[in-house]
Ligand binder design. Structure first.
Ligand code: PLP
Length: 393
């Protein structure tokens, strides 16, 4: 039998680990002195918008860090995902499989293509799409027509799978790639939360033909708002650049456009911040691992809860540390959230599950989303800014 959950001991454990500040945010950005320098440089040069040397520099450094051939910087992570889907030939009316446990942006990008999000369950061991359950499900609901996978119940084509690396923890890419091969699905990685996370020593975002990163204010590094498309394919990289810059025919002074394009390029000002933030990434990753280790050690003796740990063969960036409530304790989730926030320690539940959002009520989904539901009731996101570790050093 599990003992009664002791909420005061959770709050006091957090206080032991975290610095004695009045308010501890969930994830706070931190800028080095170069951030001011590079941004000022943009202002003084007049190159503030979507053409400029910082954009190119940021893209090259991102490609180098992630080990990807090309990075194309975008206005945010959602626009990056939108372009990934368009370039994966996701057509209006197609269904796109995605995890029920994700941030709303993953599903929004599908809707922007006039495609239909189709929610699937996640694996409790890695928080990503559950590959075994997905294979079984697709065998049950799928049939083939002219080599395409069709949802028997809706008659729609199922064209792609978006995998998301939740809170920085890589999904089970080996099995998921296998599943995409078997069913002829295009794979897209939503790596918005996983810059600095590796699956079997390969950086996330290298498994799909197209992947998306985000540099929103709460991510591991930020450009204010921003994102990037990663690809190892030269042709897709050219197309991504073209689509994100209004599909203007390049290298002419005329303003002629050869298809419907988007104004999705990252401004130079934001890229300048990005270049400064990349200088800090290695240190941030190291501090985050150390913070995760502290959480893990200190909560080991607290009953009814545990700290989520990276899987073997994976290296997580520990974007957000997760406190998991064990079974009867889940009833206390909201009390823990309230008491920690009242104590100035910002904690949050996981994002609301996709199938529960009002605008998704008619979307197809697995009948059984048991793991996503269980994780949603059990997850508490803990303060995870890398600079929290500076206090300990
Ligand atoms: C942050 C995030 C995005 C992209 O968000 P933007 O705010 O558009 O940069 C996409 N997917 C997930 C899972 C995210 O966490």
């Amino acid at each position: 039998m599990s003992e009664a959950l002791d909420i005061p001991s959770i709050v006091s454990t957090l206080k032991t680990i975290l610095p004695a500040q009045e308010q501890i945010p969930l994830h706070e950005p931190e800028f080095n002195a170069h951030a001011n320098k590079y941004v000022n440089d943009c202002i003084n040069s007049g190159w503030v918008s979507s053409v400029g040397s910082y954009v190119t520099r940021f893209e090259q450094q991102l490609a180098e860090f992630t080990g990807t051939k090309h990075a194309i910087a975008t206005s945010n992570g959602t626009s990056a995902l939108h372009i990934c889907l368009l370039l994966s030939q996701v057509n209006p009316g197609d269904e796109v499989l995605l995890p029920d446990l994700t941030f709303i942006a993953t599903a929004n990008a599908v809707r922007y293509c006039h495609a239909i999000p189709h929610f699937v369950d996640v694996d409790v061991l890695n928080l990503g799409v559950d590959s075994i359950k997905l294979k079984h499900y697709l065998h049950t609901i799928g049939r083939y027509e002219n080599g395409c996978l069709i949802n028997k119940h809706t008659g729609n084509k199922i064209s792609a799978l978006i995998v998301m690396h939740s809170f920085g923890h890589p999904a089970d890419m080996h099995s998921l790639l296998d599943c995409c091969d078997e069913f002829g699905l295009k794979l897209i990685e939503d790596a918005a939360e996983s810059l600095g996370s590796y699956y079997q020593q390969q950086h996330t975002g290298n498994f799909a033909r197209l992947s998306a990163l985000s540099f929103n204010g709460n991510k591991i590094i930020t450009t204010g708002g921003g994102g990037a498309i990663l690809t190892n394919n030269d042709d897709l990289a050219d197309k991504a650049r073209h689509l994100t810059t209004t599909a203007k025919i390049p290298n002419t002074i005329a303003s002629e456009h050869d298809q419907l394009g988007y104004n999705y390029r990252l401004p130079n000002l934001n890229a300048a911040l990005g270049v400064a933030q990349l200088e800090q990434l290695a240190q941030k990753l190291q501090q985050k691992r150390q913070l995760a280790q502290y959480y893990y050690e200190h909560f080991a003796t607290v009953t009814g809860v545990s700290i989520f740990k990276e899987s073997v063969h994976c290296k997580s960036n520990y974007w957000l540390n997760l406190l998991l409530l064990e079974q009867p304790s889940v009833n206390n989730r909201d009390n823990i959230l309230r008491q920690t926030n009242e104590a100035g320690i910002m904690t949050r539940p996981a994002w609301g599950l996709m199938h529960r959002q009002k605008m998704h009520k008619n979307c197809p989904r697995m009948a059984d989303l048991e793991n996503a539901k269980a994780l949603f009731s059990s997850i508490i996101c803990l303060p995870s800014s890398p600079q929290l570790m500076a206090e300990h050093q």
